[in-house]
Design a protein around this ligand. Structure first.
Ligand code: ARG
Ligand code: ZN
Length: 884
C-alpha cells in the first residue's frame, strides 16, 4: 500500500535504550531484545505497534510479566501499557541462512552480516522501525568461536570471553543514540588491516578494515581513503570522528554499494577491495568515493538523521555532494577537478535524466512510495547532490561552511527534514540569493522532471550591447501536470570568437563582474543585458554544469568550435565537443541513418588529442562519444538499433581518420611505469586504452593484424588490471577471434577473484552484437558454474550488463531480450526483491521505443505485472511503468 509523506505523525512511544542478545546460528538465531520504552505524552493511551517481518515470536514481557498481545498484518500490537517508562522484552528467532533478500540478518560465505536500511531491522526483532526513534544500544553476540572468531557491532567493545560448548561472546556498547537502521553486527572468520591515527583535534582512533583471509592485500587503498576522508571532514567542516574505533567490513553478498552503520560500515567487496592486479582505475576511484561517502554519513546521516524516509535525500544528496567535493579535492589540479565533475555529470545525465523523464519520475523528496527501497535512486542521490551544489553556488564556499555549522548547531542528535537543512544554509547567509528566494528554491525538492532552459542572445554591434534571454519550462511528470518556475543558478561567461574572455558588466551596474558570474534565473523568462561588449561573443552558459537542467543554447557549429577550443571553463569545452558529436549523431538518426564526419569536426578532435597543454584524462573524455543512452534521451521515438549503428559508424570514422594521431597518443601514454592510482596516471592509462581500442577497431576492419596483435600482447603482459582489461576490452569490441581465447585465459588466470570474474561476465554481456551471438552467449552464461543469482554483484555483472548496458543485444525485433528480462525479473523476485526491482527498471523507457520494440516491451512488462505473487518492490515498478 501507498505510504504518503503528508501522513507523517510522531510515534506514540519512544524507545530509549536497547539491550540485544544474539545467539547466532545460521538455521535458527535467538534474539532477546530488552528495551526501555517511554509513552509519547502527546498521544496518551495509544497502542504500541511494533514492526516485524519473517521472524518467529517466542514471548513478550512488560516489566518482567507476560502480557497479552495481538498481531495485525506484520505488526505486533500491545495495548493497556503503563503510562510511565517501562521495560519491554521480546524474544524471537530468525533463520539467517534462509534470508536470500539480504535485508536484516543474513549469511554470506559462512559468516553473519546485517543490512538494516531502510526496513531491515524489523526482520531481526520487533521494533519501531522508523528513523525518528533513536536509542542507545548494548549488544551481546554469542557464537561458535572456531567458525566465527570475529564478533562485531556498533560502538566500543566492552567485554569478551569464552562460553561453554566451543562458543565465545562479545559485548558492544554504542554511546550515540541512533535509529535502528544504523544497527549492525558481523560474526565471521575475517582478518583485518588496522591503523591508529591521531587527528587534528588531538584524539586517538583505531581504524580497522575486516576482509576474508585472501583479501588483505587489497585493503591499503581503502585505508588511505578513510584516513584522507577523516582529515578532509575535519579540515573542511570542522567535523571530527566521534568514536574511538571505526570499522569497515567487506562482504561479497550485498544489495547496494555500502552502508554507514554507526562505527561499523559494511561494504560490498566491490567498493572496498582494490589492488593494481585486480582493480581498474575506475574501481580505485569508486573505492575512494564510497569509503568517503560512508564515512561522511557519520555526520550527515548519523549525527543528524532523517525524520522519515521521504527525507532520504537530506542525508544522501548532501553526502553525495560531500563525497564528490572530496574526490575533486583529492584529484588536485583544476583540470583534474573538472574531469571528476564531467564524470559526475555524465552519470547524472545517463541515469537521472532518463529517470526524471520516465514512469519512475519523482521529486528529490518523494511524496509517496510503496517500497522505499525503490527510492534509493539517482534522483534522491545524484539530483539531490545537485540541489545541495546549487545552494553552495548561491551562498559561496564560505557561506556553505557557515550553513553547515548552523545545521549541526541546531540539529545535532535530531531526526530532521530537508526543509531544516535548506533553512539552516539560508539562515546562515542572510541577504544571499538563497535566503532571498528560499521558498521558490525549494521547488527543487518538490517538483519532479528536468527543467529545460532556452538561451537566446543578440549582439548590438553599434552600441556594444549583448542581450541574453533565458527562459525555462518543465514538462509534466506523473502526478504533477503543472510546474512553477525554478530558481536556477546559471554560471556563465562570454567568449570572443578569437578566444578572448570578455569582461562582464551588466547594464545599470557600475562594477565589472570579471570573466565569470552567476545569473539567477527565477522567472519563466528573464533578460540580461551586458554592456561594453567589444565583439560579438559566444555565451558559455551553465559553466561547471551549475544546475541540473537541459540547456538549449542552439549554438551554431561555429560557436561550438569556438567554445571547444577557447572556453576557459573545461566543463563547457568538453560539453561543446559532446554537442558537436551529438548534433551529428542526431542528424543521422533522424535522417537516412548515414553519417560522414566532416573535416572540420575531425580537425577539432585531432587538435584536442594532440593539444600540448590539455590533460590526458580530459582528452579521453572529449574523444569519447556521447553514450547510446544519452543519445536516446534526446529523441521522442527511440530505435536502439539505429542509434547503435550510427554511433558505431561515427566511432569507426574517428578511428580511421585519426589513425596517426591515435598511434601518437598510444606512444605518448601507454608506458607509465609502476602503477599508482592518482588522477594523472589514471588519465594517461585512460587515453592509452582509448587509443588502443581505436587502433584495434580500425585494424580489424582493414584486416590488418598489427594492432590486434599488439593488444593481445598488451593483454598478456600488462602489470595492472586497467591496462589488461583495456586491451581485452579492445579485442572483445573489435576482434572476436582473438577475444575468445583471451577471455578463456583471463578466466583461468583470475578464477579465484570474484570481482574479476564479475568483469569477465560483464565483458561478454556487453560485447558488440553480431547476429544474436551475444544474446545467446549471455543466456548460456547463466549455466556457467560461476554464475549465481544469489550474489547481487554476479547477477548484475551479467543481467544488468545485458539488459541495461548493451542496447543492441537486448532490443531485438524477435522480443527475445524482453522475454528473457521478464523471466529473470520473476525468477529473481522469488530470491531477492530489491535486486529484481532494479532489473525491472531496465524497461522504464518502453513507451518511447519505436515499434516493434514498444509493443513487445509492453507485453513483457504486462506478463510480469500479471503475476499474483510479486513483491511490493517489483509490483511498484511494473505498475508505474504501465500507468498512463
Ligand atoms: N545508506 C546507504 C548509502 O548510500 C545505502 C543503503 C541502501 N540500502 C537499501 N537496501 N536500500 O550509503
Ligand atoms: Zn549514502
Amino acid at each position: 500500500q501507498l505510504i504518503r509523506r503528508e501522513d507523517y505523525a510522531a510515534p506514540a512511544f519512544w524507545i530509549r535504550t536497547v539491550d540485544l542478545t544474539f545467539d547466532l546460528d545460521p538455521a535458527k538465531t535467538l534474539v532477546i531484545n530488552k528495551m526501555t520504552v517511554e509513552p509519547n505524552a502527546e498521544q496518551p493511551g495509544a497502542p504500541l505497534r511494533l514492526d516485524g517481518e519473517d521472524i518467529n515470536l517466542l514471548r513478550v514481557l512488560v516489566d518482567g510479566e507476560p502480557v497479552s498481545f495481538r498481531t495485525e498484518g506484520s505488526q505486533l500490537v500491545l495495548e493497556n501499557l503503563p503510562q510511565q517508562p517501562f521495560h519491554l522484552e521480546i524474544r524471537t528467532t530468525c533463520a539467517p541462512e534462509k534470508n536470500t533478500q539480504l535485508s536484516g540478518l543474513y549469511t554470506s560465505s559462512g559468516g553473519f552480516f546485517t543490512q538494516c536500511e531502510a526496513l531491515g531491522f524489523r526482520r531481526i526483532t520487533y521494533f519501531l522501525d522508523r528513523p525518528d526513534v533513536m536509542a542507545t544500544y548494548k549488544v551481546t553476540l554469542k557464537a561458535d568461536k572456531l567458525k566465527y572468531p570475529v564478533l562485531l557491532s556498533n560502538g566500543n567493545l566492552v567485554e569478551e570471553g569464552v562460553l561453554e560448548g566451543g562458543k565465545h561472546f562479545a559485548v558492544w556498547v554504542d554511546p550515540h543514540p541512533k535509529p535502528c537502521y544504523l544497527f549492525a553486527l558481523v560474526a565471521a572468520d575475517l582478518v583485518r588491516r588496522e591503523q591508529r591515527i591521531r587527528t587534528r583535534a588531538g584524539k586517538d582512533h583505531l581504524l580497522q578494515i575486516y576482509v576474508r583471509a585472501g583479501d588483505l592485500d587489497k585493503t591499503e587503498h581503502a585505508m588511505n581513503s578513510l584516513i584522507a576522508s577523516i582529515a578532509w571532514d575535519e579540515a573542511k567542516f570542522g567535523l571530527s570522528l566521534d568514536l574511538e574505533r571505526f570499522m569497515i567490513v567487506a562482504v561479497s553478498d550485498f544489495n547496494m554499494g555500502a552502508m554507514e552503520n554507526k562505527g561499523l560500515n559494511i561494504f560490498n567487496t566491490k567498493f572496498v577491495l582494490a589492488n593494481p592486479a585486480t582493480a581498474t582505475d575506475v574501481d580505485f576511484g569508486n573505492v575512494e568515493s564510497v569509503v568517503a561517502h560512508e564515512y561522511f554519513h557519520n555526520w550527515t546521516g548519523n549525527r543528524v538523521t532523517c525524520r522519515d524516509w521521504f527525507q532520504l535525500s537530506l542525508k544522501e544528496g548532501l553526502t553525495v555532494f560531500r563525497d564528490q567535493q572530496f574526490s575533486q579535492d583529492m584529484a588536485g589540479s583544476r583540470s583534474a577537478r573538472a574531469v571528476k565533475r564531467i564524470e559526475d555529470v555524465r552519470t547524472l545525465r545517463q541515469l537521472q535524466f532518463p529517470e526524471d523523464a520516465g514512469p519512475m519520475a519523482h521529486p528529490v523528496r518523494p511524496d509517496s512510495y510503496v517500497a522505499i527501497d525503490n527510492f534509493y535512486t539517482a534522483t534522491v542521490y545524484e539530483k539531490g547532490s545537485e540541489v545541495v551544489r546549487m545552494m553552495h553556488t548561491l551562498v559561496g564556499d564560505e557561506g556553505f561552511r557557515k550553513g553547515m555549522a548552523l545545521y549541526f548547531e541546531r540539529h545535532d542528535g535530531q531526526a530532521v527534514t530537508c526543509d531544516d537543512f535548506a533553512q539552516a544554509i539560508a539562515d546562515a547567509n542572510p541577504g544571499s540569493e538563497l535566503a532571498n528566494r528560499l521558498e521558490p528554491f525549494k521547488r527543487w525538492y518538490a517538483q519532479a522532471g528536468t527543467p529545460r532552459v532556452t538561451a537566446r542572445g543578440s549582439y548590438d554591434a553599434d552600441n556594444h550591447i549583448y542581450t541574453l534571454s533565458l527562459s525555462q519550462r518543465s514538462a509534466p511528470t506523473p502526478g504533477q501536470p503543472d510546474k512553477a518556475p525554478y530558481v536556477i543558478p546559471v554560471a556563465m561567461g562570454l567568449v570572443g570568437r578569437d578566444g578572448r574572455q570578455i569582461n562582464l558588466q551588466l547594464e545599470g551596474h557600475l562594477n565589472s563582474l570579471g570573466h565569470d558570474t552567476v545569473l539567477v534565473l527565477s522567472e519563466p523568462e528573464q533578460t540580461f543585458t551586458f554592456v561594453h561588449v567589444p565583439v560579438e561573443p559566444v555565451p558559455s552558459l551553465l559553466r561547471g554544469f551549475s544546475a541540473p537542467v537541459v540547456l538549449e543554447a542552439e549554438h551554431s557549429d561555429d560557436a561550438l568550435f569556438t567554445l571547444l577550443s577557447h572556453d576557459h571553463d573545461p566543463f563547457n569545452r568538453w560539453e561543446a565537443g559532446q554537442q558537436l558529436a551529438l548534433n551529428r549523431i542526431l542528424a543521422a538518426v533522424r535522417g537516412d541513418g548515414y553519417i560522414e564526419l566532416d573535416a572540420r569536426y575531425l580537425h577539432a578532435m585531432r587538435e584536442v588529442l594532440r593539444h600540448p597543454e590539455l590533460d590526458a584524462a580530459f582528452k579521453e573524455l572529449v574523444l569519447t562519444l556521447p553514450s547510446e543512452a544519452y543519445v536516446a534521451e534526446q529523441l521522442d521515438v527511440v530505435d536502439p538499433q539505429r542509434i547503435h549503428t550510427v554511433r558505431e559508424s561515427l566511432k569507426r570514422q574517428l578511428a580511421h581518420a585519426l589513425h596517426e594521431d591515435w598511434i601518437w597518443a598510444w606512444e605518448q601514454f601507454h608506458d607509465n611505469g609502476a602503477y599508482s592510482p592518482d588522477a594523472r596516471s589514471a588519465g594517461h592509462r585512460a587515453l592509452a586504452n582509448l587509443a588502443l581500442a581505436m587502433l584495434v577497431l580500425d585494424g580489424s576492419l582493414r584486416q590488418n593484424p598489427i594492432w590486434p596483435g599488439k593488444a593481445l600482447q598488451r593483454f598478456k603482459d600488462a602489470t595492472n588490471m586497467t591496462d589488461r582489461l583495456g586491451a581485452l576490452q579492445a579485442l572483445v569490441n573489435a576482434h572476436a577471434e582473438l577475444a575468445g581465447p583471451a577471455l578463456e585465459r583471463f578466466h583461468a588466470q583470475f578464477k579465484g577473484e570474484a570481482l574479476v570474474i564479475d568483469k569477465w561476465f560483464t565483458l561478454q554481456a556487453t560485447a558488440p552484437e553480431h547476429d544474436g551471438k551475444v544474446f545467446a552467449r549471455a543466456r548460456a552464461l547463466m549455466q556457467h558454474p560461476d554464475f549465481t543469482l544469489r550474489t547481487p554483484n554476479r547477477a548484475r555483472s551479467l543481467l544488468m550488463a545485458l539488459c541495461q548496458s548493451n542496447p543492441a543485444a537486448f532490443h531485438r525485433t524477435d522480443a527475445a531480450g524482453y522475454v528473457f528480462w521478464a523471466d529473470r525479473v520473476i525468477e529473481i523476485d522469488g530470491i531477492n526483491p530489491q535486486l529484481a526491482a532494479r532489473l525491472a527498471r531496465a524497461l522504464d523507457h518502453w513507451r518511447r521505443l519505436a515499434e516493434p520494440y514498444r509493443t513487445a516491451a509492453r507485453e513483457a512488462i504486462s506478463r510480469v505485472a500479471a503475476r499474483p505473487e510479486l513483491s511490493d518492490d517489483v509490483r511498484e515498478i511494473v505498475t508505474r511503468a504501465l500507468q498512463d
